[in-house]
Design a protein around this ligand. Structure first.
Ligand code: RIB
Length: 280
C-alpha cells in the first residue's frame, strides 16, 4: 500500500441543505440542518485511505466535542491520527455550508485550531507522498515542501497567496477552474503537473504548458459537491504514486470525485476503491 501523509485541516461541517443558495443580503428559510466531519485535509486523508493508501494525518484540533465528531470517521477508517494534536483554549475548525438541490455549495470557514499548525512544530512521518491544502498556514505548507523528498501534492484551495517555491517544488498542483483563474499566470511557475477540474466538464493534466491527459467525469445525479475536489486530489495522488499512467490516474480521479458528489456530506460521501474501479 502506498504511504501518504496529509498535512491539513480538520473541520466540523455544519450544513444547511437549502432550497437555494442565498444572494448577498438575502435570507433563505426551509433548510435541513446536518453535521458532517469535514475539512479539506481530513477529507483528503480519509479519501486516500478509502482508495487504498496507508494514511497519516498531521493536524490540529481543539479539546472539544466538535473534535470527537470531526475525527470519528477518520478513526473508524483506520487513518493514523498520532500527528493530530488536540490543543487547549481553541476551538476545532468549523465550516458553515449551504447546499442547494443541484449540489452547488457556499462555504465559510472559521479555522480555529487549524491556524495553530505551525512550521516549527511540523513532524513529518515517512511516506511516499504528502498532500497539503491551504486551510492551514502557508508557511507550514512551505516547510513541508522544503523538508520532504518524496512526491509532493498541493491542492491550492482555498485560493490565497503562496510562496513561489511551493509551486516550483510541487510534483502535482490541483486547482478547480475558479482557483485556476485566481492564480492566473502565477501557475506558469509550477515545475510539475497541474490538474484542473471543471465540475462536470473535462478535467486536464498539464506539464510544461502542454496537456498530457484529459478525462471526462461520468454523468451522475449530484446532490452535494462538498468533498468532491478533495476526493479528486486524493485519488489522483494515490493513482500516480501507484505508477498508473497520467491518463488512467486522471480517469480514476474523475470517477472518484463524481461519486463523492452523489451523497450528502464531505467524509460521509467519500467512495471506496472498489466502487471507483467498478465505475471505470
Ligand atoms: O472541500 C470541502 C471542505 O471545505 C469542507 O469539508 C469544509 O470543511 C471546507 O473546509
Amino acid at each position: 500500500m502506498p504511504g501518504v501523509v496529509v498535512i491539513g485541516s480538520v473541520n466540523l461541517d455544519i450544513v444547511a441543505k437549502a432550497p437555494k443558495l442565498p444572494a448577498p443580503g438575502e435570507t433563505v428559510t426551509g433548510a435541513e440542518l446536518h453535521h458532517f466531519p469535514g475539512g479539506k485535509g481530513a477529507n483528503q486523508a480519509l479519501a486516500a485511505q478509502r482508495l487504498g493508501a496507508d494514511v497519516s494525518l498531521v493536524a490540529r484540533v481543539g479539546r472539544d466535542e466538535a473534535a470527537d465528531e470531526a475525527l470519528a470517521l477518520l478513526r473508524e477508517g483506520g487513518v493514523d491520527l498520532s500527528g493530530c494534536i488536540a490543543l487547549p483554549d481553541v476551538s476545532t475548525g468549523t465550516a458553515l455550508i449551504a447546499v442547494e438541490p443541484s449540489g452547488e455549495n457556499q462555504i465559510v470557514v472559521a479555522p480555529g485550531a487549524n491556524r495553530l499548525l505551525q512550521p516549527d512544530e511540523l513532524d513529518i512521518p515517512d511516506a511516499d507522498a504528502i498532500i497539503c491544502q491551504l486551510e492551514i498556514p502557508a508557511d507550514t505548507v512551505a516547510r513541508a515542501a522544503q523538508d520532504f523528498a518524496g512526491f509532493f501534492c498541493i491542492n491550492l484551495a482555498p485560493a490565497q497567496h503562496v510562496d513561489v517555491s511551493i509551486l516550483q517544488r510541487a510534483d502535482l498542483v490541483v486547482v478547480n477552474e475558479t482557483e485556476s483563474a485566481w492564480y492566473g499566470v502565477a501557475l506558469t511557475a509550477c515545475g510539475g503537473m497541474i490538474a484542473t477540474t471543471r465540475g462536470a466538464g473535462t478535467a486536464t493534466l498539464e506539464k510544461g504548458g502542454a496537456i498530457i491527459a484529459e478525462a471526462q467525469p461520468p454523468r451522475v445525479d449530484a446532490i452535494d459537491a462538498t468533498g468532491a475536489g478533495d476526493t479528486f486530489t486524493a485519488a489522483l495522488t494515490v493513482a500516480l504514486i501507484e505508477g498508473r499512467s497520467p491518463a488512467d490516474a486522471l480517469q480514476f480521479a474523475c470517477v472518484a470525485g463524481a461519486l463523492a458528489a452523489t451523497r450528502m456530506g464531505a467524509q460521509t460521501s467519500l467512495p471506496m476503491r472498489d466502487e471507483v474501479q467498478a465505475h471505470i
